[in-house]
Design a protein around this ligand. Structure first.
Ligand SMILES: *[C@@H]1O[C@H](CO)[C@@H](O)[C@H](O)[C@H]1NC(C)=O
Ligand SMILES: *[C@@H]1O[C@H](CO)[C@@H](O)[C@H](O)[C@H]1NC(C)=O
Ligand SMILES: *[C@@H]1O[C@H](CO)[C@@H](O)[C@H](O)[C@H]1NC(C)=O
Ligand SMILES: *[C@@H]1O[C@H](CO)[C@@H](O)[C@H](O)[C@H]1NC(C)=O
Ligand SMILES: *[C@@H]1O[C@H](CO)[C@@H](O)[C@H](O)[C@H]1NC(C)=O
Ligand SMILES: *[C@@H]1O[C@H](CO)[C@@H](O)[C@H](O)[C@H]1NC(C)=O
Ligand SMILES: *[C@@H]1O[C@H](CO)[C@@H](O)[C@H](O)[C@H]1NC(C)=O
Ligand SMILES: *[C@@H]1O[C@H](CO)[C@@H](O)[C@H](O)[C@H]1NC(C)=O
Ligand SMILES: *[C@@H]1O[C@H](CO)[C@@H](O)[C@H](O)[C@H]1NC(C)=O
Ligand SMILES: *[C@@H]1O[C@H](CO)[C@@H](O)[C@H](O)[C@H]1NC(C)=O
Ligand SMILES: *[C@@H]1O[C@H](CO)[C@@H](O)[C@H](O)[C@H]1NC(C)=O
Length: 441
């Protein structure tokens, strides 16, 4: 059997080659706009030096000389006008007042160890609305009251060595307060917040703050992060009055008692973590009234009761972590719900189990299968390996496409591919040898 269509093959090959070359030449000639900047970088640099926009700022008024002096005392470079944006290290922002401009924002970061905050320098900076310290281990000093009253935003991240609640409480006009990785000594959160009637965003985290949650909170708060402190006591019902609250993180404290049944009054809540406390009781059903929950972390507590079914109805939910609690009963979720989530954790609840005819063991939920009474099949860890291989095939019919773990899919397919390549090359070799033998004869 000789191959009769070689001319046809050549023809086809030629045809496709001309089509491809035509397409590429068309592409090469046509895209004038996207290709020219990449291939010829000349137009961009030539246009920017010729434009005189960089000369514009000097026409605006200069920064108050007293503030220039204050910046110099804080080791902020002033050889260039600190009001021109972006300022060196993004440290300064000015207003547009005349005849002299004033600073409205100052960010001190990575301060040298010999930096000293002087009262006089701070006094001349009383125009500031926003002041932040990041990694500045200077000693805190008493702030001039003009500055304390002027600030609407104060941030201290791993800076100022240690702060007292009374010191912070003087910033009565703050809308944003952030203290993180800096120890704060106060006999309770109320000492700090007592007079801050405009506060919207509160973060005091990793600060070893002691005491309890305040009995009164300002109603306009939308963000509260008091995570990783030493707060004790119950979650107060004052919290549940905050109808604008979108973010609440009370994780890693010593809170105990039950989650208040009024918790569902937090109708704006999106992100919630009460993880790593000593909370007990059940997950309140009232939470089903919070439509916008995105992130729910209640892990590492002593919560009991069943896993509420309403969690499956939360359309925006992305993260659900209930691990290491005392929850029991049958998981009320199906595979499509679990696959929709970015994070789903329920392990470490020894009396929780999943319905084998609803969920595949391939989901690796970290809980045992239920028996027909809805109780976990007795020893979860020892059964895992045998139950796994056994149920994989039997589960296949109810949820064949539950392979949310890509690794498990990847491993076998690689092996199969290698095997196929091996087999086909052997077959090819044999055919080749036979043909060779025939031809040689
Ligand atoms: C033609 O150019 C477009 C975009 O510039 C590209 O997406 C496409 O792959 C090119 N086609 C060929 C045949 O090179
Ligand atoms: C300055 O701040 C702007 C906006 O926040 C940011 O895009 C830019 O990267 C910052 N520049 C420096 C040097 O930090
Ligand atoms: C401060 O130091 C850290 C770590 O050395 C660095 O990543 C950061 O960019 C520095 N920030 C500024 C504003 O220089
Ligand atoms: C800050 O609050 C005080 C009283 O609490 C008020 O007199 C003052 O005008 C406020 N300052 C600013 C800049 O808002
Ligand atoms: C909190 O206290 C612990 C020890 O009690 C200490 O190791 C840790 O550094 C403290 N945190 C801060 C931010 O000071
Ligand atoms: C709370 O916020 C609302 C609307 O955002 C505003 O009208 C009200 O004045 C604020 N209340 C206080 C005490 O700041
Ligand atoms: C809560 O705070 C902890 C510690 O600061 C952090 O690890 C966690 O991601 C936060 N959770 C949420 C929901 O923001
Ligand atoms: C759940 O915990 C609460 C509070 O600790 C307790 O009163 C209740 O009896 C527990 N319920 C179950 C079913 O274990
Ligand atoms: C809220 O949670 C979502 C999902 O985990 C996350 O993407 C988002 O950044 C969180 N928002 C805040 C303010 O932390
Ligand atoms: C999974 O559960 C959700 C919520 O209960 C429901 O809306 C959805 O129809 C269920 N999907 C399947 C495939 O059963
Ligand atoms: C498991 O699900 C099946 C089908 O939905 C149902 O018939 C059975 O009662 C469930 N078993 C348990 C223990 O809930």
């Amino acid at each position: 059997m000789k191959p009769p269509p070689p001319p046809l093959f050549y023809l086809l090959f030629l045809l496709s080659a001309t089509v491809i070359s035509a397409a590429t030449t068309l592409n090469a000639t046509k895209p004038t706009t996207p290709k020219t900047p990449a291939s010829s970088p000349t137009p961009a640099p030539t246009s920017s030096p010729t434009s005189p926009t960089t000369k514009a700022p000097p026409s605006s008024s200069p920064l108050d000389p007293k503030q220039i002096e204050a910046l110099q005392s804080l080791n902020i470079p002033t050889t260039r006008d600190p009001c021109v944006q972006p300022s060196p290290r993004n440290a300064t922002i000015c207003d547009n007042s005349k005849p002299l401009r004033h600073l409205i924002s100052l960010h001190l970061s990575n301060c040298s160890s010999d930096l000293f905050l002087s009262f006089n320098a701070l006094k001349s900076l009383s125009s500031l609305r926003s002041l932040s310290f990041t990694n500045c281990h200077v000693s805190p000093i008493r702030f001039p009251s003009d500055l304390s009253l002027s600030l609407t935003s104060f941030s201290c991240i791993q800076s100022l060595r240690r702060l007292s609640g009374v010191w912070l409480s003087r910033f009565v006009n703050l809308t944003d307060l952030t203290v993180s990785y800096t120890p704060v000594s106060a006999s309770g959160v109320y000492v700090i917040l007592g007079n801050m009637h405009k506060l919207k965003t509160l973060t005091i985290s990793h600060a070893n703050l002691t005491g309890s949650l305040p009995r009164h909170l300002h109603l306009n708060l939308s963000h509260i992060d008091l995570s990783d402190n030493k707060l004790k006591g119950k979650i107060t019902t004052s919290l549940t009055l905050l109808q604008d609250l979108e973010f609440l993180n009370l994780s890693s404290n010593g809170l105990n008692g039950e989650i208040p049944t009024e918790f569902g009054d937090l109708i704006s809540l999106k992100n919630l973590s009460l993880a790593s406390n000593s909370l007990s009781g059940s997950i309140p059903d009232s939470m089903s009234a919070i439509p916008g929950l995105v992130h729910v972390d209640l892990s590492n507590n002593q919560l009991n009761g069943t896993v509420p079914r309403f969690l499956a109805e939360l359309k925006g939910l992305k993260v659900l972590n209930l691990e290491n609690n005392g929850l029991h009963g049958v998981l009320p979720f199906n595979a499509s719900f679990i696959k929709r989530l970015a994070v789903f954790k329920v392990g470490g609840n020894s009396n929780l189990c999943y319905n084998h005819s609803v969920l595949s063991s391939k989901l690796k939920l970290g809980v045992a299968r239920c028996d027909k009474h809805g109780l976990p099949v007795s020893p979860p860890p020892s059964k895992e390996s045998s139950a796994d291989s056994q149920s994989d095939s039997s589960d296949y019919n109810d949820e064949g496409d539950t392979s949310n773990k890509k690794e498990s899919h990847h491993g076998p397919s690689k092996v199969v591919l290698g095997f196929a390549i091996g087999i086909s090359s052997i077959v090819f070799l044999i055919v080749f040898l036979i043909l060779l033998a025939k031809w040689c004869r």
